[in-house]
Design a protein around this ligand. Structure first.
Ligand SMILES: [Zn+2]
Length: 264
């Protein structure tokens, strides 16, 4: 049983929210779109095509094995960055179950990355066997990133990242890493370099701040990470940064992710 907390509505209220997100004001048949629906043992039946359906049929919550309130509590914890351990205690679930559901929520996030332009800061971060290239459009919430499945980044990978994510004629700001040497001969950018040995950090401070926040986010929320899930945590972090409105509440998250798939 989930505790009676104000942020976790009653089962009936959650159903009402879900019905509005999935069907709008009027329930219609997901098979033939008819609005002539009868409620039948907590499920729906279409008078026209006679097929039965439920509130969640056709959505990614269709096969849910937990109660609506537990799902909502898990989602509240996840949107609010509550650590896995705290969530286990609040929802009375095992670590495995919490990690499973956090992963389900993460995998249904929309992809929000766009091509960067203007002033762009770019840098790399290194994890055990993985490297991360990330770039940020200065003064904006626009990010682009790519995981490299080895412990270093070379010029080919750097250039390929630019081809995909940075608009020609942008101003590229990096540190003095070897992979950036003469990068402007590979992609049309105006390149400026911070020399960290000379205590110059102004050109790359935003992207370096992002890496600090990323490491803190993973450590606080997920405690530890295996290389298997690291790319997903990085993507989640980037969506949280670029589109914070998705995470304001479970209802905001569900409105943006729970579009029913037509079953015809
Ligand atoms: Zn129908």
């Amino acid at each position: 049983m989930i505790a009676a907390l104000n942020q976790i509505p009653s089962e009936a209220k959650i159903k009402k929210q879900l019905r509005l997100i999935i069907f709008g004001q009027n329930v219609s048949c997901p098979h033939c779109r008819s609005r002539r629906i009868i409620v039948f043992e907590k499920r729906y039946r279409c008078r026209r095509c006679r097929k039965r359906f439920s509130l969640l049929s056709g959505t990614w919550l269709a096969d849910m094995k937990i109660s609506l309130r537990t799902m909502y509590a898990l989602l509240w914890c996840w949107t609010q960055r509550i650590p896995v351990l705290q969530t286990e205690k609040l929802c009375h679930l095992s670590e495995k179950a919490v990690r499973h559901w956090f992963r389900v929520f993460r995998l249904h996030l929309p992809q929000v990355e766009a091509v960067l332009e203007g002033k762009v800061q770019m840098d790399e971060a290194y994890f055990k066997n993985l490297s991360l290239i990330m770039a940020k459009q200065v003064g904006s919430k626009h990010l682009a990133h790519q995981m490299i499945f080895k412990n270093s980044v070379d010029k080919t990978e750097t250039a390929r990242f630019l081809f995909h994510w940075v608009k020609p004629n942008s101003k590229l700001q990096t540190d003095g890493g070897a992979m950036y040497k003469k990068i402007d001969q590979w992609w049309q950018v105006k390149h400026r370099v911070d020399i960290h040995k000379r205590f110059e950090f102004g050109l790359t401070s935003e992207i370096e701040g992002m890496f600090g926040n990323l490491r803190t986010f993973i450590r606080r929320m997920y405690h530890h990470t295996s290389p298997e899930y690291l790319p997903e945590y990085v993507s989640e972090f980037c969506v949280r940064f670029s589109s914070p409105e998705i995470f304001s509440s479970p209802n905001d998250y569900l409105s943006k992710t729970l579009k029913p798939v037509p079953t015809r």
